[in-house]
Write a protein of this length. Structure first.
Lengths: 460, 655
């Protein structure tokens, strides 16, 4: 069997790796128009800032691919012949397949702004986007970044590292307010400004003005304000990169529609990662979740299905993480930006204004639902277990040390968090467990389990 | 203006300027001095009159103790009554030197450089040697050699064994501005250098605390070398050391040849037996564009510094002259090159330690760790040995442990401990307890980091001065293969060498199976103690990263590593499935561990080489890594792909 995978991002590569892990015979081809080797897209910013070299973004050494008999092919797939099961490359060649995996990822949004196709306007998704930014950087005296999401703040930080003044335009009242609760969102806004970035809330792009030579020279906001700039970063979200498949008969909405087994509307064609849109997402989850972790889980899940051991995709308990300049962020479970009826929240913020812990729980019964962490690290496995088992907020608080994942010698704030809860509720809880791995491993039952053999995967 | 470097304040530019100036004076002062030797000084050094007051040069030990950068052994002079042997040596050698010096005009002319002076000294030595040989031949022919005196006591051997004495001659002969104004030069070099460093570093407290890695790979200082240049420097340095080693061993090429054979064997094992040859595309380690030329200059300078300091101290006497008044004022006695080195080493760790503190002031683990290496260097490696020396006790660095402290069991060292009363016995017992109890116990409890990145002098320098270059360690699988063969090979060599040493100490036999103990010791000291630990270990900071010695060479690290790998509570924990494979952890791992390879599979990390510096955890942008100790279950969590999402119930994270 020959499995062709279009896209060498985390979803496609994870799928290829698991195919090889589970089956020695399957022929695997991974096709990419973007890069020779798989790289960590989330780390592109570090190359621009000089933290790492381009090579350092590649998680596997070049010999890894021939060793695991994963054929890498550089090329752009222009069309797919579903009936003949053949890929057509722009270069004119064709490649037959037995099963096809679409893992084509995302591209940055353009919302029809005048001037959005000018030179020195771009997003930051692909290696080519980064190359282009590097190429035009010497011309940039001032930059405008449009969009208050994860890529927006990264792009602002990147330009800032090159000493380019940046105006960051955010539609909401504070940074990423459609995802972060108000306190955390405002914390990040304060932090962005403390770095000297010109953060503008409730400001939207109206138009990008030509400088007379076909490149961005100025922008106009919806309030009529003009900002001179030589670069406009468009980071108002991403959308599935599926245009080459439109009008081919494949069911596509925003992304390629897939069922819970990640099957598309055409037999033997599957879609995973950012380009896939679930027909029936699980409760509380999005149909398209363009994050690293879900791409990885889909890739792994699909490998089983491709080898005729069908496994339904289950993204588990939501988690994500990011870093807002110097503030790390982790989220586990349910943390709605604007709350939910019946969901109580315990919020503690450190006096330095750069650390916070939020724990959400049911008003009725006290079952813990979610954790939101700023500048403090918590253990995913512990938080997940509490959420899955609907642990009571009081139990969780008294054992909160189990979750702490900050480096050794860091101050521990669990007692402060409990005191905050006691103030709010009039309870008199005390911290029973401090930070430490022994108790965590016992809590997670690691000592009683035996290693799982990789050669005999669980799913049959 | 867009720029690919960090902005510097005016104060920082002044600091850089002062530092550059101090480096210029430090280098240039070696050429300022003239050399003029009196006959009296010549004889006092080369052939002292055993009856003269205060005569008898101490048995200067020429060994360099890796890791112990503090004051080295200036052994106490032995007051021996004039015996016929010493009398005879003096009577034969003194006229030989006197006549040779007069004939070759060593003593009545001024030399413009240490090189021309050394050439003349060597020439005089050879001439004196011939004269001594003639006299001894005559004595033998006339059967006038006294009972109990061997001809070899009297004859002079190869000049390679007289490096220290030649250096002493140069020091005695030195005249010029440095001798006249040592404090001035001290202030212009070390003083100005420290001031410049502090001025450069203090403004770094200004910006917001957090990871400070901008432009590391844009900088000509820190971005590293492409593989071609790196290979060239590595090959040239290794070949240079081996060739120089033949001279150092007075023309005996046996051990240099054995070393070469072992080197080729390891090369063959890694490239062919373990198959790295076929994997021609290893993980690239080249910077974008040209190699870092300032880094190359810095590496070359450091290599040159170590070669001069270790092997040709005669050419650095102005440096020693310059620190002499400080040594006398603080601790009494005269300065050696080891005092100079210890002083520089300590100051560098202190100043660059402050830099490390500015960089990681948001991270308490890094603050404590840096404070710890600064303290141990200042107190244990520098002050305590100097004070012990002033009190006429063995200058032992109490935190240095065999086999890093490879001459701990050398005969002269054991004798010294035993002759130094209770203090000496304590040092001996303390050293042995550290080896057999301290190391295994501490590594079991917290990992090898307690030593390598909290206490050790080599580690201290690597973590402070070396920090700007930590990203240059090679992360390829091939490098790991080389590492395992070489570092365990050095451990084996240290054990064999020490076994031979103890055999000689307890039996009195000078050799075993034809291997002469003193030669094995001398070669180990040269090759590993000085060449690997110093010249390559520090000289290669800007070329191959700051832990070349610790990773590839240190036998103590190998020992600590074996305990850490098989019998330790320490591990680096991976936080569930949160890794985004960004590579910061691997890039900034100074030991070249591909941390990401584990983290992205959800594995906890147990690696022999990990020194527990904690930087992987610090630079991780997603909070995925944590250094932890636990006696519970390291096995299960180090299984590959622990974060398996797929199970019979569907897909979920591991529970």
């Amino acid at each position: 069997m020959h499995v062709a995978i279009i896209g060498n991002g985390i979803a496609g590569i994870t799928c290829a790796r698991w195919l090889r892990k589970l089956d020695d015979a399957v022929r695997i081809t991974v096709i990419s128009a973007e890069s020779d080797y798989f790289f960590s897209r989330t780390a592109l910013m570090y190359v621009y800032m000089g933290h790492q070299r381009w090579e350092d973004l590649m998680p596997y050494e070049p010999f890894f691919w021939p060793k695991n008999r994963i054929d890498l092919r550089r090329g752009y797939v222009e069309g797919v012949d579903f009936a003949a099961k053949t890929l057509q490359f722009r270069e004119g060649e064709a490649l037959p397949y037995d099963k096809l995996v679409l893992a084509t990822g995302s591209t940055w949004n353009k919302f029809g702004w005048p001037g959005q196709d000018l030179d020195r306007v771009g997003g930051l998704v692909s290696a080519q986007d980064l190359e282009y930014l590097e190429q035009i950087t010497p011309e940039i005296q001032h930059a405008v970044v449009v969009g208050g999401g994860l890529i927006g703040i990264e792009l602002a930080e990147m330009l800032h590292s090159r000493h380019i003044p940046v105006s960051l335009l955010v539609r909401d009242t504070s940074y990423w307010r459609n995802t972060l609760p108000r306190e955390e969102s405002e914390m990040v806004s304060r932090h962005i400004r403390s770095h000297g970035i010109d953060l503008r809330h409730e400001t939207e792009l109206q138009e990008i003005v030509d400088d007379g030579a076909g490149a961005a020279g100025e922008i106009l906001t919806q309030d009529g304000e003009r900002i001179r700039c030589q670069y406009v970063g468009l980071t108002a979200g991403v959308r599935p990169n599926v245009d080459f498949l439109r009008d081919t008969g494949l069911d596509i909405d925003k992304g390629i529609l897939v069922d819970e087994y990640l099957r598309t509307s055409v037999t033997d064609i599957y879609a995973i990662g950012d380009c896939a849109q679930l027909r029936e997402p699980r409760a509380g989850r999005q149909a398209i979740e363009a994050v690293w972790y879900t791409g990885r889980m889909m890739g792994e899940t699909l490998a089983y299905t491709l080898l005729d051991r069908p496994v339904a995709y289950d993204p588990g308990i939501w988690f994500n993480s990011a870093k807002f300049m110097d503030i790390e962020y982790q989220v586990y479970g349910e943390v709605p930006a604007h709350g939910r009826a019946g969901l109580a929240t315990l919020y503690w913020e450190h006096e330095d204004g750069e650390k916070a812990v939020r724990i959400n729980f049911e008003e009725d019964g006290g079952a813990v639902r979610g954790f939101n962490l700023m500048g403090i690290r918590y253990r995913q496995e512990v938080c997940e277990r509490w959420i899955r088992e609907e642990a009571n907020i009081e139990d969780v608080l008294q054992n909160l040390g189990l979750a702490n994942f900050d480096p050794e010698f860091y101050a521990e704030y669990e007692q402060d968090i409990i005191e905050r809860f006691n103030e709010q509720t009039g309870s008199n809880l005390k911290l029973r467990r401090k930070r430490g791995l022994d108790a965590v491993l016992r809590f997670l039952n690691f000592n009683t389990r035996t290693p799982r053999a990789i050669s005999t995967p669980d799913a049959r | 203006m867009p720029a690919k470097h960090t902005h510097k304040t005016a104060l920082q530019y002044i600091g850089l300027g002062l530092f550059a100036l101090s480096l210029l004076v430090f280098t240039g002062m070696l050429a300022l001095e003239n050399y003029r030797l009196t006959e009296q000084d010549l004889l006092a050094t080369m052939a002292p009159n055993p009856e003269a007051e205060g005569a008898g040069t101490p048995e200067a030990s020429s060994t360099v103790s890796a890791g112990s950068s503090g004051g080295a052994s200036d052994a106490a002079p032995e007051s021996a009554p004039t015996d016929p042997r010493a009398r005879l040596i003096y009577e034969v050698q003194a006229p030989a030197f006197r006549e040779a010096a007069t004939e070759l005009r060593l003593t009545d002319q001024t030399f413009g450089s240490s090189f021309s002076f050394q050439d003349k000294v060597t020439e005089v030595f050879q001439a004196a040697r011939e004269r001594v040989d003639e006299s001894v031949d005559e004595l033998i022919a006339n059967e006038e050699l006294p009972e109990g005196v061997s001809e070899w006591d009297v004859r002079l051997s190869d000049p390679a064994y007289y490096t220290e004495k030649f250096a002493a001659l140069t020091a005695a002969a030195e005249i010029g501005p440095v001798v006249d104004n040592p404090w001035l030069f001290f202030l212009l070099t070390i003083g100005l250098g420290v001031l410049g460093g502090i001025l450069y570093i203090l403004p770094k407290f200004g910006p917001h605390p957090g990871i400070k890695h901008d432009h590391i790979y844009h900088s000509q200082v820190t971005k590293g070398l492409n593989l071609g240049w790196r290979g060239f420097f590595l090959a040239a340095t290794i070949l240079g050391i081996l060739l120089f080693g033949i001279r150092y061993m007075a023309g005996d090429w046996f051990w240099p040849a054995v070393t070469t054979a072992i080197g080729l064997l390891i090369l063959g094992l890694v490239l062919w037996v373990e198959g790295s040859w076929h994997k021609t595309r290893v993980r690239a380690a080249d910077p974008a564009g040209l190699s870092a030329y300032i880094g190359i200059l810095a590496g070359t300078y450091l290599i040159g510094f170590y070669v001069l300091l270790y092997w040709t101290p005669a050419h650095v006497t102005p440096w020693i002259t310059m620190v002499e008044p400080l040594k006398t004022a603080l601790f009494g006695g005269t300065a050696s090159q080891w005092f100079l080195y210890g002083l520089l080493y300590t100051l560098v760790i202190l100043v660059m330690g402050v830099r490390m503190i500015t960089k990681y002031r948001h991270n308490k683990y890094q603050l404590l760790r840096t404070g710890s290496v600064m303290f141990f260097q200042l107190a244990f490696a520098f002050l305590i040995p100097e004070i012990l020396g002033a009190l006429n006790k063995p200058q032992q660095d109490l935190k240095n442990i065999w086999p890093l402290d490879y001459d701990f069991f050398f005969g002269w060292q054991l004798d010294q401990f035993q002759s130094a009363g209770a203090v000496g016995i304590f040092m001996l017992v303390w050293g042995i307890v550290l080896i057999i109890v301290g190391v295994p116990l501490m590594v079991h409890l917290v990992g090898k980091r307690w030593y390598c990145s909290w206490v050790c002098g080599c580690g201290g320098l690597a973590e402070t001065m070396g920090d700007p270059w930590r990203q240059l360690s090679d992360k390829s699988l091939r490098a790991w293969k080389f590492e395992r063969w070489i570092v365990h090979g050095v451990l084996l060599a240290a054990i064999l060498m020490t076994a031979l040493t103890l055999y000689t100490y307890f039996t009195g036999a000078g050799s075993l199976l034809g291997f002469e103990t003193w030669k094995v010791q001398k070669w180990y000291g040269f090759l590993i103690g000085a060449g690997f630990a110093g010249v390559v270990g520090t000289g290669f900071y800007p070329l191959m990263g700051n832990r070349v010695w610790c990773r590839f060479g240190c036998p103590l690290a190998a020992y600590l590593g074996l305990v850490q790998r098989f019998q330790s509570r320490f591990r680096i924990t991976t936080n569930g499935g949160q890794c985004i494979s960004c590579g910061n952890c691997s890039t900034y791992c100074e030991m070249g561990i591909d941390v990401r390879a584990y983290a992205q599979k959800g594995q906890d990390i147990v690696r022999a080489s990990c020194v527990g510096c904690g930087v992987c955890a610090a630079v991780c942008p997603r909070g995925v890594l944590r250094l932890e100790n636990s006696s519970v279950d390291a096995g299960y969590r180090t299984v590959p792909e622990r974060v398996i999402h797929v199970s019979e119930e569907g897909v979920s994270l591991v529970d």
